[in-house]
Design a protein around this ligand. Structure first.
Ligand code: PLP
Length: 421
């Protein structure tokens, strides 16, 4: 497999960017070898700098629900971009996307657009603290919520990939108000509230853990979270940066019927453009400046090109039956994988999100229980999959995504490659 151009790009990039990348997991340090540099995407396919073609199951880490260069998304971006890339003012496009998103996220009433999932989570945490006038935030061990200081403790995603549970540069002060509880453990939840209930501003959870393997909470646990937060006047924040608009039109809160107070979004909502959002009831979200006392701002927030991409993405997902299509593909993938003999990996799927974890036959009990054999086993199969034209996220802890652009034939190729491993 010729990867000369990618390797040359990486050598150049290492001279001018830390690790040669602009986000750590992309460096391939978890799977070895040199990262692949891409120049084009269309539908479910990506083409690299050496003209190798891959079926993409990373899909921009889940940002592309409709696949690469979806016609409607591209044309709406083009329409906007010739009229200017950003005005730094309110726009009709932002009104339209806010209306569409809020209609989908009912009973929420308002949304604020920001530029990334991290920003959305940072804002949600500040809002919960500002409104409750309490300081502590509870998070789940191993869950990743972006790279804001206060939640970079016992985090997943790139941090678990690097074998670290926290980050240098985060002061003790920044995390002193973060309380970490184990995954799906109701007793630990009760205990943390018994000890700190007076001071807890919010519990933040990714309602399906998808940054450190793929794990669902028991619905009864999510219901308990709701109840305990109510009893203690704490906010329940769902971080739906991955699950939002994906596992159900209303996200995980729609899938499980558990209603948080504040939710955060990113990825799908921006249709491949930088975007994040925080949604809630008017009574809470109006706590943000300029109506409220909790400050939040952004030069590029509500960027019209991102708004156009988001509008085109959400409306195309409905018009082109995204939900029906990915469920059909998912069931097909389930069937094909269960028919494989002697498979040395664990497979888990929730809607359009799936996870392959080699090196073990037992599905782990939670994010911190993933076998130590998984990472080296994944590194071993990763390059075989690449040679078979399959592009997955370059870390065993990251999940894979099905989109509206994938077909049964893409699934056949993935499963065929897994069979030949
Ligand atoms: C659940 C969750 N929250 C927050 C973030 C941070 O989003 P971003 O990378 O856009 O800052 C991510 C990113 O993967 C995420 O998966």
């Amino acid at each position: 497999m010729n990867l000369n151009e990618s390797q040359k790009c990486f050598a150049r990039s290492k001279l001018v960017a830390p690790g040669g990348v602009h986000s750590p997991v992309r460096a391939f340090s978890a799977v070895g070898g040199s990262p692949i540099f891409f120049k084009q995407g269309k539908g479910s396919k990506l083409t690299d700098e050496d003209n190798n073609e891959y079926i993409d199951f990373c899909m921009s880490w889940g940002a592309l629900s409709m696949g690469h260069a979806h016609e409607n998304v591209v044309s709406k971006i083009q329409e906007q971009v010739v009229k200017g890339t950003h005005y730094g003012t309110p726009t009709r496009l932002a009104v339209e996307l806010a209306e569409l998103a809020v209609q989908q996220l009912k009973p929420y009433e308002k949304i604020r657009f920001v530029n990334s999932g991290t920003e959305a989570v940072m804002t949600a945490v500040r809002l919960a603290r500002g409104l409750s006038q309490k300081s502590k935030i509870v998070k789940i061990d191993g869950a990743y919520h972006g790279h804001l200081d206060s939640l970079l403790v016992s985090a997943g995603s790139g941090l678990v990939t690097q074998g670290e549970s926290s980050s240098a540069g985060v002061t003790a002060g920044a995390v002193q108000d973060t309380l970490v509880i184990p995954f799906n453990n109701p007793e630990a939840l009760e205990k943390v509230f018994a000890e700190h209930g007076q001071d807890i501003a919010a519990v933040i959870v990714e309602p399906i853990l998808a940054n450190n393997g793929l794990f669902e909470f028991d619905v009864s646990y999510l219901q308990k979270l709701r109840k305990v937060c109510d009893e203690n006047c704490a906010f329940l924040i769902f971080d739906e940066v991955i699950t939002g608009f994906r596992v159900h039109p209303q996200g995980a809160m729609g899938l499980y019927g558990v209603q948080p107070d504040i939710s955060t979004y990113g990825k799908i909502l921006g249709g491949g453009m930088p975007m994040g959002a925080i949604a809630s009831y008017a009574k809470f979200l109006d706590g943000l400046a300029p109506t409220g006392k909790v400050y939040q701002a952004g030069t590029l927030s509500g960027n019209p090109v991102a708004m156009a991409a988001g509008l085109a993405t959400l409306s195309s997902m409905i018009d082109e039956d995204y939900y029906g299509h990915v469920e059909q593909l998912g069931s097909y993938l389930d069937e094909k994988i269960s028919a494989l003999k002697d498979k040395n990996f664990v497979y888990k799927r929730v809607g359009a999100i799936f996870w392959l974890c080699p090196g073990t036959k037992d599905y782990p009990e939670g994010p911190n229980k993933i076998s130590s054999h998984a990472a080296p086993a994944y590194a071993e199969i990763y390059h075989k999959l690449l040679r078979a034209g399959i592009y997955m996220s370059p870390s065993v802890f990251e999940v894979a995504f099905l989109t509206r652009a994938h077909t049964n034939s893409d699934i056949d190729q993935l499963v065929g490659a897994l069979e030949r491993l």
